[in-house]
Design a protein around this ligand. Structure first.
Ligand SMILES: Cc1cc2nc3c(=O)[nH]c(=O)nc-3n(C[C@H](O)[C@H](O)[C@H](O)COP(=O)(O)O)c2cc1C
Length: 273
């Protein structure tokens, strides 16, 4: 095989010839482009939103809600001591987790300092993670194994407006581990976070571009989580290679199309193996 470097990786992708017009990745990228002449068609919801106060009001309540489920207020966030410079220099993806428990204050810090409401601009509340049009199409689900005052094996939803968790019942731990697809990791992380996207929360405004926005925002959110975890002395690893259908099944109330898991993070105390 010819030597491969990054300048000729394109030949590796296209080794069997230029892809036809049905290449899904190229088609999607093309469909999601915005041009000055076609802005009204490319992002049809922008003008619609300008005309409708009701739609604007609706779009400010951007979180999934679970009425009638038990709500657990989160405690005050634990202080994170490390400087941004040292956190940026030391963040690494962990290979091994030990048995130590994560405190409720640290979990509270991870959630609220990455995706909790921190301010407002007009009718929009704002968060630490930037979001196209301040629409926040993402939700964080907390799946603890060892977190103070949370049930091991439970599934909780973070409500960024109430600074609280909603208890959604239990997940099958073996099914979760299988769906997560991280056989390279030893030990069980104290907590797994699943980031899910409700694509329509962005798509009603941005059309095809919304998928790009939602995935870009998941990257912003997970980077915030990784840096916070590092600042609290925790080990962490982002997981993008989960099995979609299986993780969607574990999440129970996602249909995998309109709302789906898009990213996961393993967090806990690290072990040297
Ligand atoms: C989008 C994305 C997806 C990833 N998916 C996985 C994954 O499925 N499994 C895994 O073990 N690591 C995953 N990682 C972690 C990378 O392997 C890791 O970031 C990379 O090796 C660089 O190492 P570092 O994070 O320690 O700097 C992912 C990272 C990113 C950014």
């Amino acid at each position: 095989m010819a030597e491969v470097d990054t300048s000729n990786l394109v030949d590796v992708v296209y080794q069997s010839g230029i892809p036809g017009p049905d290449d899904p990745a190229e088609n999607f990228f093309e469909a999601s482009k915005i041009y000055p002449a076609s802005i009204p068609w490319d992002v049809p919801g922008v003008a619609r939103l300008e005309r409708s106060a009701e739609m604007r009001q609706m779009s400010t309540r951007s979180t999934r809600r679970y009425e009638g489920r038990p709500v657990l207020p989160l405690p005050e966030s634990a202080p994170a001591q490390a400087s941004l410079e040292s956190v940026l220099a030391s963040r690494r993806s962990a290979d091994a987790f030990d048995e130590r428990e994560v405190s409720a204050g640290v979990l509270s810090s991870l959630l609220s300092r990455s995706y909790g409401v921190t301010g407002s601009l007009g009718e929009h509340s704002l968060r630490p993670t930037p979001s196209a049009g301040a629409l926040y199409p993402l939700d964080i689900y907390v799946l603890p194994s060892r977190v103070e005052s949370l049930r091991s094996g439970g599934r909780y939803h973070f409500d960024p407006f109430e600074h609280a968790l909603t208890d959604l019942g239990d997940v099958d731990g073996a099914a979760l581990r299988e769906a997560t697809n991280a056989p390279n990791i030893s030990g069980v992380p104290a907590v797994q976070l699943v980031i899910s996207a409700s694509f329509w929360r962005s798509r009603f405004k941005y059309g095809q571009r919304a998928l790009r926005f939602a995935l870009t925002e998941a990257g912003h959110l997970v980077q915030n989580l990784l840096l916070l975890a590092t600042a609290h002395g925790l080990a962490c690893r982002p997981i993008g290679g989960f099995f979609d259908a299986r993780l969607t099944e574990v999440m129970v109330d996602h249909n995998g199309v309109d709302d789906a898991p898009v990213y996961a993070v393993l967090i806990g105390y690290g072990s040297d193996r």
